[in-house]
Design a protein around this ligand. Structure first.
Ligand SMILES: NC(=O)c1ccc[n+]([C@@H]2O[C@H](COP(=O)([O-])OP(=O)(O)OC[C@H]3O[C@@H](n4cnc5c(N)ncnc54)[C@H](O)[C@@H]3O)[C@@H](O)[C@H]2O)c1
Length: 370
């Protein structure tokens, strides 16, 4: 192995996950900055292996990272398959094990036992405490698209069927426009949390499918300060919720307000991108399950005499746009990756490692390893 700084992009094993933590674009930028990049061949990934090879990455076998030299950092996106195998490497990924999620201490015990290190992508923050890289924009974008598709399905008298990932953003925009008869002009939408990552993505989709600017209502904290429920929600076709919920707030809409609007209600689809489904403070208490790509909507019981009302509450929306979502995430992550060789003194990595050590200690106790 060379003495250059190195990353090893591993394959993803999580079902349906087509996104990637490094893309050919960001891999090239790392190579230009003097890095060596190994890429595991992966049919699941939205990018072809040859796209990585073309920019100078070295292709290696699928799932071969366990035999990589232990000083080579392994980068991936989602959780590793469940196992008890000790982890001696440094891993950069989402591990979903810092909030006591199911299996959290077993995952961390693997690092304890292998003396490896985890830098969790969810906890890489800038100096203001904001995530350096997050998938919000494309969650909002894809959520708004799913909402528009659900509206067009309802106009044809049925609920929305299977959703599958799109090759790229243009393909998604074209499919939505086609579903709406060529353009979204005339459709009215309200986005709450419009100034955030997800909210900006939702607004962008609505613009790209042809809604008039005046028909895209953009609300954030100032507009909801008066307190819900908001009758304005009932007067649009699609309502997209993109807020970051941090405390108890009045409901935005309730089943009762939807029923009271009667037959003249315009609202057809609610897309809850925020997906605080089981949170007791969920401001949209009209549904209680997360929906899925194969059954994207859940119907609200508004009575047979009233027009249907569908909710979309898919909690992994960026998967519908794997290429652009990966590009955006990876380019936001790149400045931090470029500093990784100095991780013992670079704030973003120092803080992430400190958090890892804290969580490792808690897990070691929970697992009786301390
Ligand atoms: N469904 C998915 O696939 C998916 C993917 C990514 C993120 N998310 C979720 O989406 C949510 C938003 O994430 P983000 O990255 O866009 O957050 P963000 O912090 O970038 O934006 C949140 C926005 O909501 C606004 N807001 C907060 N409370 C509000 C209120 N009461 N009224 C009006 N506006 C309010 C904030 O001012 C901010 O502009 C999070 O809960 C996140 O977990 C879901």
């Amino acid at each position: 192995m060379s003495s250059k700084p190195t990353f090893w992009l591993r394959c993803e094993k999580k079902e349906f996950e087509r996104r990637s933590a490094l893309t050919p674009t960001t891999a090239k930028k790392l190579i230009d900055a003097g890095f060596e990049i190994f890429v595991e061949k992966d049919e699941q990934r939205i990018f072809d292996d040859s796209e990585f090879e073309a920019v100078g990455c070295k292709l290696v076998e699928n799932n071969s990272w366990p035999s990589a030299p232990t000083d080579v950092p392994i980068i991936g996106l989602k959780e590793l398959p469940v196992s008890k195998e000790p982890l001696p490497h440094t891993h950069i990924q989402f591990a979903h094990c810092y909030k006591q999620q199911g299996g959290w201490s077993e995952v961390l015990a693997r690092f304890h036992n292998g003396k490896g290190t985890l830098y969790d992508l969810e906890f890489l923050n800038d100096a203001n405490g904001r995530r350096v890289a997050a998938f919000g924009f494309h969650a909002g974008f894809a959520g708004a698209a799913a909402g528009a598709l659900a509206l067009s399905a309802r106009r044809q008298g049925k609920p929305l069927g299977l959703l599958s990932p799109y090759a790229n953003e243009t393909a998604m925009v074209n499919a939505v426009k086609e579903g709406l008869g060529g353009s979204g002009k005339g459709v009215k939408a309200l986005v709450i949390g419009a100034l955030g990552r997800c909210g900006r993505g939702a607004v962008d989709l609505f613009r790209k499918i042809g809604l008039d600017e005046d028909d895209i209502l953009k609300w954030d904290l100032a507009e909801t300060a008066k307190g819900g429920p908001f009758p304005e929600i009932l007067d649009v076709d699609i309502f997209v919720n993109c807020i970051y919920l941090s405390s108890k707030i009045p409901h935005f809409i309730t089943r009762e307000t939807a029923i009271a609007a009667g037959k003249s209600r315009q609202l057809s689809v609610v897309v809850d991108v925020s997906c605080d489904t089981t949170n007791p403070y969920n401001p949209i208490p009209i549904y209680n399950i997360n929906t899925t790509f194969d059954k994207p909507t859940v119907a609200v019981d508004v009575g047979p005499e009233n027009p249907p009302l569908d909710v979309i509450s898919i909690d992994h929306l960026p998967t519908l746009l794997p290429r652009e979502a990966s590009e955006q995430f990876s380019s936001d992550l790149l400045p931090s990756l470029l500093t990784f060789p100095n991780r013992s003194s670079e704030r973003v990595w120092v803080e992430a490692e400190k958090l890892f050590k804290e969580k490792l200690g808690e897990a070691a106790k929970a697992e009786g390893l301390a």
